[in-house]
Design a protein around this ligand. Structure first.
Ligand code: PMP
Length: 316
């Protein structure tokens, strides 16, 4: 880890300890911020940091910003530049997580989003695997329901909505599971606590639709593309019943944090034969190679931070 870490805060790069907000701030009191989680992968051989699908994360952030009536002074390109500069300044040489946050900054009491100034910040933290197990996850269907589009829209990555995630994840862990699967109020599968979900049935990949109260994952779209291109498997997007989780041949979570992680047990029932399935493994391996810059065809998704001479991607 570098000696001194910087954050981008109120228009400047400042030492992380100086990036502080008041306890009165709207986002703290009402959860009125939107954020992204972006991974940077350190490639030791090339001494390069690759930020994964940077533009796509900031494009989605712009949608969240719009939904929550936040004003953002920066364009997607500017946000990408800030992220690259910040990781560079922090001299990160290990896998990193970049966390931009756009938020309502009023210090008055009252929930309204109007007459309420917006602010933007970004920081980075070193970040390894989200799940500490290598053998596949044991999960539970949560007793909590996913927030709905007409309550707190899940397609926006709203800070306050993560109270829903926190309740679901925490109960699962306290009950002895690795994570949870959350249903919508209509009883259909939505997604994992903070990640999307795929099942495999008879060789077909299936995931939920954007109308199932999911965050439309960038990893979900990555998985669909690599499954189609590399494994010749199309994905069907449709509603998934709870009991389809019990009869699936394979299952995996996917997300920026979760990456691609197989699930081997749901509600104390084995998924398939209780082992990591071949399609899940193939997708997981491809995703790892692609994020680390090992497959040229997918360099389109990588933004190099250091862009030193001799690097394959973005060499200057
Ligand atoms: N759903 C939720 C609720 C999440 O927090 C995340 C993680 N950002 C995802 C899905 C997966 O999205 P992505 O692949 O873009 O990280």
């Amino acid at each position: 880890m570098s000696e001194k870490s910087y954050a981008y805060f109120a228009g400047n790069f400042v030492p992380i300890d100086e990036a502080k907000i008041s306890i009165k701030t709207h986002v703290v009191q009402y959860g009125t911020g939107v954020f992204e989680g972006i991974r940077g992968y350190w490639n030791e051989k090339e001494e390069e940091m690759y930020l994964f699908r940077l533009q796509d994360h900031f494009k989605r952030m712009m949608d969240s910003i719009k939904i929550m009536r936040i004003d953002c002074k920066h364009s997607v390109d500017e946000l990408c530049k800030i992220a690259v500069e910040l990781v560079g300044k922090n001299k990160n040489r290990e896998d990193v997580y970049v966390r931009p946050l756009a938020y309502k900054a009023s210090e008055s009491i009252g929930p309204s989003l109007i007459n309420n100034p917006s602010e933007f910040c970004m920081f980075t933290v070193p970040f390894g695997a989200y799940f500490k197990t290598s053998g596949g996850l044991r999960v539970v269907v949560s007793s909590w329901r996913r927030v709905e589009d007409n309550a707190i829209p899940p397609r926006a990555k709203v800070t306050g909505a993560y109270a829903n995630t926190a309740l679901s994840k925490t109960d699962a862990v306290l009950y002895g599971f690795d994570d949870s699967i959350v249903l919508s109020e209509d009883g259909h599968v939505s997604e994992g606590s903070a990640m999307n979900l795929f099942i495999v049935k008879n060789g077909e990949l299936i995931t939920t639709t954007s109308f199932d109260n999911i965050l439309e994952g960038i990893t979900l779209h990555t998985v669909m593309e690599i499954a189609r291109e590399e494994l010749r498997i199309e994905t069907t997007r449709r509603k998934i019943d709870r009991t389809e989780l019990y009869t699936a041949d394979e299952m995996f979570f996917c997300g920026t944090g979760a990456e691609v992680t197989p699930v081997i047990e749901v509600d104390k029932r084995p998924v398939g034969n209780g082992q990591i399935g071949p399609i899940s493994k193939a997708v997981q391996d491809l995703y790892h190679k692609i994020t680390h810059g090992e497959i040229e065809k997918y360099h389109k998704w990588l933004t190099p931070v250091y862009a030193k001479k001799g690097n394959k991607i973005g060499a200057r």
